[in-house]
Design a protein around this ligand. Structure first.
Ligand code: BES
Ligand code: MN
Ligand code: ZN
Length: 481
């Protein structure tokens, strides 16, 4: 049960470390008055005005680095303003730093926590395929002489930060690893390794055993790949604690199947196991924090491939729940594999089911890449998650399970079609399809996520990311701890 070693954070506070002062534009004059001499003069000669995200290195009497001013502009009162610490982590010279000043005082410790998170996340690098890379690895190896390190006050919630970083780096690594090295088997191996690390039980049902164990829909989607489909099932925690079941879409590569995607549409589809990566990262956070839940994680892991034995448009599939599904489009494969996993999740009546899936392009059209869409029958769940997302700058936004659209999934030959008969509300109709496989929608939260950052931002490099993982963790903690 090792906590994550974070390569650029020190949990021993050193008052001799170089101070970093976050300052608002309006407070800059007062700060300068309190720090007369070379530091203040240097601000003036560089026209530093504390614009948000801008920073300046300050000289001491002997010209060496004595401190850093980080501009907060008009802000400084919310987590989002503190991502800039991620830029500092990568821009400042190697050495030991600490956060100073009003904005990071004890009263503002949530903000200081976010600054530390941004700093720690900035150390992430995906270096697996770099034959020669001197960059800090972010994997816990000792790079301490090469990087800017942040030391944190004793009252910092070290375990929480370590859990968040472990979960986040795990999700990023899993998503960034190309499908050639992250197929259903490798995804299962990663899940089992996580289970082993935290003393969880793991069970994996592989290939034709899925048919014997009544997971026909997972098998149908995954059977065309040379890499056998499987259902990953982890269990952790006390049996009498409230049951929380996480379900993650583990499509290790999505060609679209016989309804083949375009080149542009297929390009990033190694990330189609982003839901699985997110729930594994979330599970790592939950287990690291020893939250009082009986945790179960279910991941249907498949590759949606093209071959002679691929499932076809027009096929009627059996599902675990017993509902039959007409395949309107083989590219709507996520909801098909998830419906068997959801039916199983539902079978032992958990207090809460959370599923995360890179399910639809439509969710991205509605909300863009940063804001996962959420769906639930519970107004409280939705409101709580959106509130926590706002506080932690880890957003998501609710879309409705609008019942009248259910008829768009009607089929003449089966109980339902896997796609809507029209072009609109694709994220909602996908969610309504999923809802057909859970018995209590008010104990279910579905998240349709992009699983990816399209551009580099401080602490959030372009590439795979377990979006909303911290907000989901906070939700679970608030409900069950
Ligand atoms: N994995 C995709 C959804 C996706 C695409 C997520 C791009 C993020 C970025 C999913 O399997 C899919 O192909 N969905 C189709 C559904 C359609 C056929 C009803 C889509 O959204 O186009
Ligand atoms: Mn697809
Ligand atoms: Zn997909």
């Amino acid at each position: 049960m090792e906590p994550a070693v974070i390569s650029n954070i020190e949990f021993n506070f050193d008052p001799a470390a170089t101070p970093i002062w976050p300052v608002r534009s309006a407070d800059l004059a007062a700060w300068q008055a309190a720090h007369p001499g070379p530091m203040s003069a240097w601000c003036d000669s560089n026209d530093f005005t504390a614009v948000a995200g801008k920073f300046i290195r300050l000289p001491g009497d002997d010209g060496t680095l004595a401190g850093v001013l980080l501009g907060m502009g008009e802000g400084g009162d919310k987590a989002a303003d503190y991502w800039a610490f991620g830029s500092l982590a990568n821009a400042l010279p190697p050495g030991l730093y600490r956060i100073e000043g009003d904005l990071s005082s004890a009263a503002q410790s949530d903000l200081a926590d976010h600054a530390a998170l941004a700093w720690a996340q900035a150390a992430y690098r995906f270096t697996r395929y770099h034959s020669n890379d001197d960059a800090p690895s972010g994997d816990g190896s000792d790079d301490s002489d090469k990087v800017a390190r942040l030391c944190l006050p004793e009252n910092t919630a070290a375990a929480a930060l370590q859990g968040a970083i472990k979960g986040s780096f795990l999700a990023r690594d899993l998503i960034n690893t190309p499908a050639s090295d992250m197929g259903p088997e490798e995804l299962a191996d990663a899940a089992v390794a996580l289970a082993d690390e935290f003393g969880a039980k793991a069970n994996v049902i592989v290939g034709d055993d899925l048919l014997a164990e009544n997971y026909p829909a997972i098998h149908a989607v995954g059977r065309a790949s040379t890499r056998a489909p499987r259902l990953i099932d982890l269990r952790w925690g006390e049996g009498d604690a409230p049951r929380l079941t996480l379900v993650g879409k583990g499509v290790c590569f999505d060609t679209g199947g016989l309804d083949l995607k375009s080149a542009a549409g297929m390009l990033k589809m190694k990330k189609d196991m982003g839901g699985a990566a997110t729930v594994l990262g979330l599970a790592a956070m939950i287990m690291a924090a020893k939250l009082p839940v009986a945790l179960r994680v279910l991941i249907p892991a498949v590759e949606n491939s093209v071959a002679g034995n691929a499932f076809r448009p027009g096929d009627v599939l059996a599902t675990r729940k017993g509902l039959t599904v007409e395949v309107g489009n083989t590219d709507a494969e996520g909801r098909i594999v998830l419906c068997d996993a959801l039916a199983e999740a539902d079978s032992d009546d958990p207090a809460l089911i959370i599923d995360v899936a890179t399910l639809t392009g439509a969710a991205r059209v509605a909300l863009g890449q940063d804001v996962p869409a959420i769906f639930t029958g519970s107004d409280d769940l939705a409101a709580d998650l959106m509130r926590l997302g706002e506080t932690l700058d880890d957003p998501s936004w609710r879309l409705p399970l609008y019942a009248p659209y259910k008829e768009r999934l009607n089929s003449k030959v089966a109980d339902l079609n896997n796609v809507s008969d029209g072009p609109m509300a694709g994220a909602i109709t996908a969610a309504l399809f999923m809802q057909a496989f859970v018995s209590q929608p008010d104990r279910w939260l579905h998240m349709d996520s992009y699983g990816w950052n399209d551009r580099d931002r401080p602490g959030r490099p372009a590439g795979g990311d377990g979006l909303a993982m911290r907000a989901l963790f906070a939700l679970v903690k608030e409900r069950f701890a």
